[in-house]
Design a protein around this ligand. Structure first.
Ligand code: GAP
Length: 450
């Protein structure tokens, strides 16, 4: 993990936020390559789950939503984690995580038991003393104020809320018929007690969420399983190996009263198996609550049967930042080329690579080579994310592009001026082939866009 964190900073993928001020709250910025990678992941998701399906539509709702929404959803009263502080060194911990990691016990939600267990059995991992406060619950929503609104307004802790409050607008304005889904990508904010493990747990992150509306009479299990398969398929499209993905079904006793089933898709991150995505059957809890709190009828009229009902919901949810971490950790490879030479290469799936094609003139000081390479760069850059590089020798440029996962490098050499062909070098095999310039765009369309 440390290797990936420092590599990400060195190569412009992810930087610690506000570093010139000494960093801030374990937050991160996505650098020039990171933002391309992240955008490619979001594009992949949108193509797969929205554009690629007839039963899905997209939405982009606000981050600041009506405060009543969070009362209705239960977030105001129940979106809590338990924290505990060391009185000696002032370190703060999430109580359930501390117990889980030290004693392997799951006491999540049981405040008194957590306090007692920590006070009696656990020393502060930071200073080694045993002098604790009581454990107490802490609401994880960020509060702010808004002109003209009385009382606090909250930054959304999940994107899902915006989907539920616009569900009626979508039904009334578009020709959607149950079963159908609404998907959204956007920021979510959680005042996590401890932000850690790089971009795995941060306080400001992005989610890609779907609310999939079904009839209460539908046999939901096959649909649920299909969604799980699709979530795993998406993880594999990020580059995850099948053996690094597993499912974890939440025990019935720990489910919310309205949920029939909740399953996490876990991934073998560099720090261990942890939640990547999730899928929950939420029944009609959300629509029932919003109908009650808003006083607006949210029932759906089935035009063929004439039946009116509140749809049930399957909720597949995906974390963007965790998806980025999967793509990075699955792609990061160190290859021993012999004689003490190690090649670092990010073996991203082509669609995710931040730069698709790098174009080089063989020599920087030969204007005719530079002009030809620039011509090719100008021609390709409207179709693919390209980079022009004339720094150092070609071997060094290859290595630089390998490190940021560029799948193809094009070199313009002296022969190009005679035969109008270039050398295309493949990132993974390091094989080179000669391609006519006039065929280059078609070649890359086949390799990249399909
Ligand atoms: N609407 C359901 C929901 O929000 P969740 O399991 O709390 O469910 C969904 O969050 C996904 O969001 C997680 O599977 C994870 O990928 C991502 N996520 C949650 N908290 C996060 C955090 N603090 N930092 C980064 N990603 C997070």
């Amino acid at each position: 993990m440390e290797k990936i964190v420092s590599f990400c900073k060195r190569k412009g993928f992810v930087f610690p936020a506000c570093e010139i001020y000494g960093g801030f709250a374990n937050a991160y910025s996505y650098g020039p390559y990171g933002v391309e990678l992240k955008n490619n992941i979001k594009k992949l998701w949108w193509n797969k789950f929205i554009d690629g399906r007839e039963d899905m539509v997209g939405l982009d709702g606000p981050i600041l939503l009506h405060p009543k929404l969070w009362e209705a959803s239960g977030h105001l009263s129940g979106f809590n984690d338990a924290m505990i502080d060391c009185k000696e060194c002032q370190m703060r911990y999430r109580a359930d995580n501390l117990i889980q990691e030290t004693l392997g016990l799951d006491l999540e939600g049981k405040l008194d038991e957590m306090s007692k267990t920590i006070q009696e059995q656990i020393k502060c991992p930071s200073c080694g003393k045993k002098n604790w406060t009581e454990a107490r619950f802490f609401n994880m929503m960020f509060k702010t104020e808004m002109n003209g609104i009385e009382g606090p307004v909250y930054l959304r802790p999940e994107t899902a809320g915006a989907i539920f409050v616009d569900y009626k607008n979508v039904v009334d304005s578009c020709r959607v018929k149950v079963p159908f889904g609404i998907g959204q990508i956007g920021k979510a904010f959680r005042n996590e007690i401890v932000a850690r493990n790089f971009i795995f747990r941060v306080r400001e992150f992005e989610q890609m969420e779907i609310e999939y509306f079904i009839s209460p009479e539908t046999e939901w299990e096959p649909l649920f399983d299909k969604w799980l398969d699709l979530q795993e398929e998406f993880a594999r499209e990020l580059g995850a190996k099948p053996e690094d993905i597993r499912r974890y079904e939440h025990p019935k006793a720990k489910l919310s009263h309205y949920s029939r089933k909740t399953v996490d898709i876990e991934y073998n991150f560099p720090f261990g198996m942890s939640e990547l995505f999730g899928l929950a059957h939420r029944g009609d809890f959300d629509l029932t609550q919003h109908q009650k709190f808003s006083g607006t009828d949210l029932t759906y009229l089935d035009q063929t049967t004439g039946q009116r009902y509140l749809p049930h919901v399957l909720e597949p949810t995906f974390g963007v930042d965790r998806a980025v971490l999967v793509a990075l950790s699955a792609a990061y490879t160190e290859e021993d080329l012999g004689e003490g030479d190690t090649r670092i290469v990010l073996k991203f799936p082509v669609k995710l690579a931040p730069t698709k094609v790098a174009i080089f003139p063989l020599l920087k000081n030969k204007p005719e080579l530079v002009a030809k390479a620039r011509e090719i760069f100008t021609d390709l850059k409207g179709d693919f994310k390209c980079e022009f590089d004339d720094n150092g020798n070609v071997g060094k440029r290859y290595r630089r592009q390998d490190e940021v996962g560029t799948p193809f490098c094009v070199t313009v050499d002296f022969d190009t001026l005679e035969d109008n062909a270039v050398t295309v070098r493949d990132r993974d095999t390091m094989k080179q082939e000669r391609i006519k310039i006039e065929e280059l765009k078609g070649y890359f369309i086949d390799k990249i866009a399909k």
